[in-house]
Design a protein around this ligand. Structure first.
Ligand code: DGT
Ligand code: CA
Ligand code: CA
Ligand code: ZN
Length: 588
């Protein structure tokens, strides 16, 4: 395990111990251990363990040192497994309610005997929670809202989580004997920000072994359907997956159909009918009783033997007089008309990215050092990396004072001068937009940076007009380069704050300010639904990983889904530009 993964386990142990009502010193020891781990580098951890010197690190005692060593060498920890098993499932489930921590859950359990979300819901409705010491009406309302959110979103999954599960499954399916093609379909393939279930399409002659492999995978909790040509399973995580197996000649049709979306499918089927053809998951055949005689004759002419021979989706679209429509665009939002006229955009691709802005380090709330983040960016082949740690008002995220910020700027200049890495590092900050719209540092401090990401991190409950004016005020600041996460939403967890997106977009265009597409799988903010129109009107996008650790840089992949769903081309995205071009833009 890496040190960040180990830190996650220690953090979770702390939470579970707190939930059990353990001694606060013990709880804090695990939290401190997690912090201490984050402050050292991976290579350093390996060395310390090899030399049995881990205990010499401040914040890591004897007991912790043993547990870290066990996790590092075996990837498992018996103590942790036992601890998890000892927690009442209902209590562990309550941890999933946003805004409800272990201490409060403990109090609810001890004083009201609550041990499940259902019991908690009832107690909130009765008002007994509000009457409890340290809770009150407001907390009770917040808990109820959290429960409702969990119910509304609980059935969907983040695209990133779904993708991580689906990727090895597709690889596994492709390796089975007799399988000629296998793909993910559905909302995952369309790059939607959340996914209801996974859909897999396989072309194979022999069905039984494919079904057997699929239903026999580890982590399958339940086989919900299993038949001649399909199977459905539910994994331990709660995610469900559908599998369909078709003969080779049907693969393109099945893949297209199950990729969807429904709206896109309905429109495309309509178009086929207009040409005397009937499109389905099985194939494209002349429609009976539809279209003019001439159209039918033409359709028949191209439909050899009653069924069009179509090898892939490109040929399927071509048979309907269309250019290939990338899956991300198949939302029934005008893509078919554009494909007919040859006006589909050439969408930006992951490989077009040459760097990324808005990344955190251990200076604020990140888990990897400046050097580690830069090394990771270099490994991705990036020409540049923008650092943007939190500003001083974000004290909960260890935001930087002026002195610490200027010290970091000096460190970055020294790192660039050392030529240790091929990747150039830009100095920046994620500067809080204060409730009145001012920025969190004096102009003289901001002037020392290459760029500024301005973001809202507090006073989320302002009304829409106030919030919109606040953000526009920050956009008007001459030092603002880009706007961070427009709405602050956390997918499946928390609604964004109320803001008039169109007014903010107008202001950004007018002041030459970039808006970020925050690529964190939890955010994907600004939402893809705004981008097409915004970019047409001249808004520039920056796909920002908002990475808090080295692995976070790769989450630009999730942001690229949204960029593509927003019809963005390479020209619309700032971080596809060369280092020289970015330097020039930032120096202005
Ligand atoms: P999800 O799973 O809720 O995130 O969304 P999808 O799009 O993956 O939906 P899913 O898994 O129910 O079905 C996969 C695709 O199959 C869907 O995008 C389009 C196609 N499909 C499913 N049901 C229908 C239907 O009733 N009519 C049409 N035209 N297509 C359907
Ligand atoms: Ca699906
Ligand atoms: Ca499905
Ligand atoms: Zn932020």
């Amino acid at each position: 395990m890496t040190k960040n993964e180990i830190a996650d386990v220690l953090e979770e142990i702390g939470t579970l111990l707190e939930l059990k009502g353990e001694n606060p010193f013990k709880v804090r020891a695990y939290q401190a251990g997690a912090r201490a781990l984050e402050a050292i580098e991976d290579a350093e951890l390996t060395r310390l363990i090899a030399e049995e010197q881990l205990k010499t690190v401040k914040g890591i005692g004897d007991a912790l040192s043993q547990k870290i060593t066990e996790l590092h060498t075996t990837g498992k920890l018996e103590f942790f497994e036992k601890l998890k098993a000892s927690i009442e499932p209902g209590l562990a489930e309550m941890l999933q309610i946003p805004g409800l921590g272990p201490k409060k859950i403990r109090a609810l359990h001890d004083k009201l005997g609550i041990a499940s979300i259902a019991a908690l819901t009832k107690a909130c409705h009765d008002g007994t929670v509000a009457a409890l010491d340290g809770f009150g009406e407001k907390t009770q309302e917040k808990i109820l809202a959290g429960i409702k959110n969990r119910e509304a979103y609980g059935k969907r999954h983040l695209w990133w989580d779904a993708w991580e599960i689906a990727t090895p499954i597709v690889a596994g399916l492709r390796q089975l004997p007799g399988v000629s093609q296998a793909e993910s379909a559905g909302s995952l393939r369309r790059g939607l920000e959340t996914v209801g279930d996974l859909d897999f399409i396989v072309a194979a002659g022999d069905v039984a072994p494919v079904v057997a492999w699929f239903t026999g995978q580890p982590h399958v909790k339940e086989v919900t359907a299993s038949g001649e040509t399909k199977a459905s399973v539910r994994f331990e995580s709660g995610l469900q997956a559908d599998l369909r197996i078709v003969p080779e000649e049907q693969f393109a049709f099945a893949l297209h159909h199950f990729t969807g979306s429904k709206d896109h499918n309905v429109q495309l089927r309509q178009r086929a009918l207009g040409r005397g053809l009937s499109l389905s998951e099985w194939g494209l055949v002349p429609a009976e009783g539809e279209g003019t005689a001439k159209e039918k004759a033409e359709a028949l002419k191209s439909a050899k033997g009653g069924k069009l021979k179509i090898k892939n989706e490109t040929e399927l679209f071509a048979a309907l007089g269309l250019h290939f429509i990338p899956p991300e665009l198949r939302e029934g939002l005008g893509e078919i008309e554009a494909a007919e006229k040859g006006e589909l955009p050439r969408l930006v691709e992951l490989g077009d990215l040459r760097g990324a802005f808005h990344n955190h380090t251990t200076a604020s709330d990140g888990r990897n050092t400046l050097a580690e983040m830069t090394a990771a960016a270099e490994a991705l082949g990036w020409e540049y990396l923008g650092i943007a740690d939190h500003s001083k008002s974000s004290f909960q995220a260890n935001g930087l004072s002026e002195e610490r910020l200027l010290k970091q700027v000096a460190e970055i200049h020294a790192l660039n001068a050392s030529k240790k890495f091929k990747t150039h590092v830009f100095t920046g900050v994620e500067c809080d937009i204060l409730p009145d719209g001012r920025l969190d540092y004096e102009d003289a401090v901001l002037a020392k940076l290459d760029y500024v990401v301005a973001s809202v991190h507090n006073a989320f409950t302002q009304d829409e007009a106030t919030m919109t004016a606040r953000i526009i005020c920050a956009i008007e600041h001459p030092r603002t380069t880009m706007l961070g996460h427009l709405t602050g939403r956390l997918l499946l967890r928390r609604e964004g704050y109320r803001v008039d997106a169109v007014k903010v977009i107008d202001a950004a265009i007018a002041h030459g300010v970039v808006i970020e597409l925050n690529a964190s799988p939890w955010r994907l903010d600004m939402d893809w639904r705004h981008w097409r129109k915004a970019a047409e009107r001249g808004l520039v996008c920056s796909v920002n990983p908002d990475a808090h650790e080295t692995a976070g840089l790769e989450q630009v992949r999730a942001g690229m889904n949204s960029a593509r769903k927003g019809w963005l081309t390479k020209d619309n995205v700032l971080n596809t530009r060369t280092l020289a071009a970015v330097r020039k833009k930032l120096s202005r």
